[in-house]
Ligand binder design. Structure first.
Ligand SMILES: NC(=O)c1ccc[n+]([C@@H]2O[C@H](COP(=O)([O-])OP(=O)(O)OC[C@H]3O[C@@H](n4cnc5c(N)ncnc54)[C@H](OP(=O)(O)O)[C@@H]3O)[C@@H](O)[C@H]2O)c1
Length: 324
């Protein structure tokens, strides 16, 4: 697969499309068993993927254990990203971050993390303070680079001034473009990579789901408003547009939506979540689908006229707790 570089200082070279590993333990209902999941993650590497994303919170640590086991044979050849939540109201920020990192390293079975993200920004802990600790961890070789998730432009700039950020991981797709106005341009200006999560709108942009599909367990599609019947029907024009471009290019809707963001931002690396080999081949294959400038402009113009219905919010996802 083609590669891309995330960040300028503390830079990391990764495959142009990575693998979001969350779904193997968390957020998309029942998945493959442990052995099959290990095999799938290894298949991703065989297909050219060198960028693997997990977090301490996915499956309460189980996802880190799974990913660590799966990547063990090729650990040194990949970029392994994980994330921590820093509790509000603590005084020893450095001690808490170090403890979380040590716990992640133990679960992952490794002695360094390539990319360590602050999973959500804290209201009571200044971004500069977290950045300072991340800088020390980089100097010590415990992490190679760091980042934030769902941060504002102000939080990005303040933290980056203390310790250069490698990548911001936030939601971005044709269905969620809120960071286009500020964070993405700031990343381009500052030389920070951008890693879109839910780059296929939780699968909607593949065009393979209908309002008849039923989701179970901890599947976020039970609660995010993008998947209500009403909103799925209302978002059909977006799928029609994707199918039109896909047919013309001999590609799939998922590939067109990933190729669109890869074309638009050359410092961006999407991490779709997928638990089937065919989907890996399809989504990784998006790195080879190139849009001409004219095709891209045509797509942008048409996209601008299509209103998007529903979204994916932390508040909606929190409702799952009472349902499982
Ligand atoms: N920083 C954060 O706060 C945050 C939040 C959410 C996610 N993430 C990270 O970002 C990663 C990606 O997010 P996401 O999983 O929501 O992304 P996504 O790729 O937009 O959605 C994943 C869903 O789409 C389905 N899918 C993917 N490719 C498909 C294809 N070609 N055809 C049909 N269905 C397809 C998957 O199915 P199957 O899995 O059943 O194959 C899964 O149900 C996560 O794994 C996680 O590592 C981070």
């Amino acid at each position: 697969m083609k590669t891309r570089v995330l960040g300028k200082q503390n830079a990391l070279t990764v495959s142009a499309v990575g693998l979001g590993c969350m779904g193997f333990s968390h957020g998309y209902g029942p998945g493959p068993d442990h052995a099959a999941s290990v095999q799938l993650i290894r298949t991703a590497f065989d297909l050219g993927c060198t960028f693997f994303d997990t977090a301490e919170s996915y499956g309460a640590g189980e996802n880190e254990k799974l990913v660590g086991e799966a990547v063990k044979p090729f650990r040194k050849d990949i970029v392994l990203a994980t994330k921590l939540h820093i509790p509000e109201g603590i005084t020893d920020v450095e001690g808490v971050i170090r403890q979380h990192l040590d716990d992640s390293l133990r679960r992952l079975g490794t002695d360094y993390v390539d990319l360590y993200y602050q999973h959500r920004m804290n209201k009571t802990i200044p971004p500069e303070e977290v950045a300072g600790v991340m800088g020390k961890l980089i100097e010590e070789g415990k992490i190679r680079g760091w980042g934030q998730s769902q941060s504002t432009e102000d939080e990005v700039r303040r933290a980056h001034a203390v310790t250069p950020i490698t990548a911001i991981q936030s939601e971005y797709s044709m269905m969620e473009r809120m960071f286009e106005k500020d964070v993405l341009p700031a990343c381009r200006e500052l030389g920070i990579g951008f890693v879109p999560f839910s780059p296929l709108g939780a699968g909607f942009l593949s065009g393979k789901y209908t309002s008849q599909d039923v989701y179970t367990g901890d599947d976020v599609r039970r609660v995010i408003t993008r998947f209500t019947k009403e909103n799925m029907d209302a978002n059909q024009p977006l799928l029609d547009l994707l199918h039109q471009f896909a047919d013309a290019k001999g590609a799939t809707p998922a590939q067109i939506s990933l190729a669109w963001m890869l074309h638009k931002w050359d410092f961006l690396v999407p991490i779709p979540g997928m638990r089937k080999v065919e989907r890996m081949k399809e989504n990784f294959g998006a790195a080879e689908v190139t849009l001409t400038e004219a095709e891209f402009e045509q797509l942008e113009t048409k996209l601008a006229k299509i209103p998007i219905h529903g979204n994916r919010t932390d508040e909606d996802i929190a409702k799952l707790k009472d349902m499982i």
